[in-house]
Design a protein around this ligand. Sequence first.
Ligand code: MG
Length: 186
Amino acid sequence: MKKPVHSKEVKNAALQRLNERGVTVEDIAEIVYLMQSPYHPGLTMEPCIASVQAVLEKREIQHAILVGVELDMLAEKGMLSEPLQTLVATDEGLFGCDETLALGSVFGYGSIAVTTFGHLDKHKVGVIKRLDTKTSGGRVHTFLDDLVASIAANASSRMAHRLRDEQEAEDERTALLADDAAEQAG
Ligand code: MG
């Protein structure tokens, strides 16, 4: 029996694929920043980067990256069989499997992830726009643009929930301190 693939190997391969295809963690974090900064004044890049890194720890996401990028790369080399070759290479509008693969990993992060993914799919923000327009230059990013949208959407949702948790914990601390102060004064 073949030895199972170690998670570290999967994770490293997924991160390497992203890098090889010209996408950095910072690129994706930038999208998270753009999506969330209207709701969180004073937001910095740091929690956005941390959130993207946390999402990339998920095996489900890593597998989706490996599948999607592999198909992009094979299409780029003309190695898929027809008609799939043309469907992927031309980013055929009705193909839809690229969105489906990416969408599959969005449900785990709740409604903010789902709505953000829809928004990014439509409006192509940051590196997604760059990938989307690059398809013409012999490069194929049919799957990658949706995968990046999915990672950014998941990271946005994760961060929104974290920031709320932190805010509530902070509010509770402030309330406790105020109670203590009132007690001492009384
Ligand atoms: Mg696509």
